[in-house]
Design a protein around this ligand. Sequence first.
Ligand code: ADP
Length: 547
Amino acid sequence: MTKRIFRSIFLVALAVFIAGTALIMGALYSYFSGVYEEQIQEEASYLSTAVEEMGLDYLEGLESGSHRITWVGSDGTVLFDNAANEDAMENHADREEIQEAMNGGTGESERYSSTLSQRSYYYALALSDGSVLRVSGEQYTVLSLVVSIWYYILLVLVAALALSLFLASRVSKAIIRPINEIDLEHPEEGDTYEELAPLLGRIAAQNRQIRAQIDEMKTKQQEFATITENMNEGLLVIDQETEVLSYNNAALRLLGASKVEGSVFSLNRSEQFRHAVDQALHGQHSFDLMELSDRTYQLIANPVYEHGKVVGAVLLLLDVTEREERDKLRREFTANVSHELKTPLTSISGFAELMKNGMVKSEDIAHFAGNIYNEAQRLIVLVGDIIRLSQLDEGTTGLEKSQIDLAEITKAVVDRLHSAAEQRGITFDLQLESAMVQGNAQILDEMVYNLCDNAIKYNRDQGKVRVSVSPNAGHPKLVVSDTGIGIPYADQARVFERFYRVDKSHSKEIGGTGLGLSIVKHGAAYHDAKVELESVPGKSTTVQVLF
Ligand code: ADP
C-alpha cells in the first residue's frame, strides 16, 4: 500500500512539476512575445509619423537598429530597406501584412525559419500616400529556447524528480503511519482517519464476536476435558487417516501407552483393534471384545460423519475383565449347581424306583429309605449353601447387622459339632475370649460352622481341633486349626472356589458340598475380614479370619 501511494504521489508530483514548468515557460513566452510585438508596433507608428513628414531622408538618416525597417510603395515596390539593397528586392505587394495594411491601415504576420528556431514578426502601417511602412523583428521560438537552455531544463527536471521522490516518500509514510498505528485488538481506541471508522467499527465487532466464540469454545473444551478425564473408559477420536485427534488418560492407561504419536495403531496393533478401526472408518459400528495383557476390554467403535461422509471415528474402550470373569463364574456355577443337584436326585429317584417296583426286600427297606434320607439331607444342605452364597453375591440386602460376640457364636457351633467330633475321637481345644464383631449372626455362624466342620471332616481319627477367638486389639481374630490330612500346596489357592474339592469322592462321602470355604470367603468379605489359609499336607490345616 505504501508503495502504491508513493508511486501515485511521485507521478502526480512529477507531472505537476513538469506541467507547471511548461505552463510557466509558455505563459512567459507569450507575454514577452506580446511585449515585443507592442514595441515593434510602437516603433512602426513613431516611424510612420516621421516618414510622413520627412520622407525617405529620415529613413536614410537613421542609424541601423535591431529591427528591420522596410518602406514599400503603393505599387508594392520596395522604396527603402535598412537590411538589404532595395533595388534587388522583389515586389512586396503580395505580402500578407502589406496587403492587410493597404486594405485596412494596419497589418501583421509572422513567419518561421526553416529550422523553426526563429520567429519573424512583421507589422505594417499604411501612410497617407498609399505607401506602407513595415517594421519587423526576429525572436527565438519556444523550441529554440528549449534547445538553447536544455541544460537548465534538465537541471530543473532532476530537481523536480528529487523533490517528487522526497515528497512522495514523506507524504506516503505520513498517510500510512496512522493506519499502521491502529491497534487491531482495540481498533476503536486509536485516533485515525474518520473514513476508516466504519471499517474499524466492523473489525471491533468481529473481534468481540471472535472473543466470545473462543470463550465459548474454551468452556466447551474444558467441559469435554473434565468429562473425558474423569471417565474410566478410554476415549479416542481419530481422523480418516487414523491420526489421533483427541484422547483421554484412561485410553493411554488401558492401552498401556505413555503418549500418542501419529496413528492410533501406534497404541495397539492387534488384529481386533485394527479390524474395529477399519470397520468404523468404513461407516460401520463395531462392538468387539479384546484381550490385552490378561485383561478383557470392550472396544466400541463408531464412525463420525460430516456432510454424509465418514471423516473419522470415536473409539471407546471399557475394561470388562471383572464383568467377564463374573459371567464366566456364573456360567460355571450354574453348570456345577445343575450337576450337583442332579446326582443326589438321580440316587433318590433310583432308590425310590426300586422300592416302588417291589424290588427291595422288606428288611432292606429301612436301609434304602435311609439312603434316600441321606441324599435328601445332602440336597437340603446343598440348596441351603447355594441360597446362602447367592444371598452373599447379591450384597446380602435384607440381612441385619448387629454387635455380636464371636466367642459366643463359636461356642454354640462347637457344641453343635461335639457329637460328630466325638464319634471320631476328635477333641476340641478352645481358647475363646469375648470379641465383638459388627455383623450378621447367621452368616458368622455359618462361617465358623464350615471351618470347624472341615476341621473335623478332614481330620484323622483321634485328631485335634484348636479353635481360638481373640479381640486382638479391635481386630477380632478367629483361628481354626486341625491335625488332619492337610491340603496339597497346588490346591491351596483354589479351595475357596465354588465346588472346588481336593478329593471329590471323599468330600461327597463325608457330606461336603464344595461350597463351605466359598461361603467363608464371601462371608468374610461381607464383614470386611481377611481369610488366610496355611496347610501342611498330611499334617495340619489352619484357617485364620481377621476382622
Ligand atoms: P467341602 O464341602 O467339600 O468341604 P469346602 O469348600 O468346605 O467344601 O472345602 C473345599 C475343599 O477344601 C474340600 O473339599 C477339601 O478338599 C479341602 N479342605 C477344606 N478344609 C480342609 C481342612 N481343614 N483340611 C483339609 N482339607 C480341607
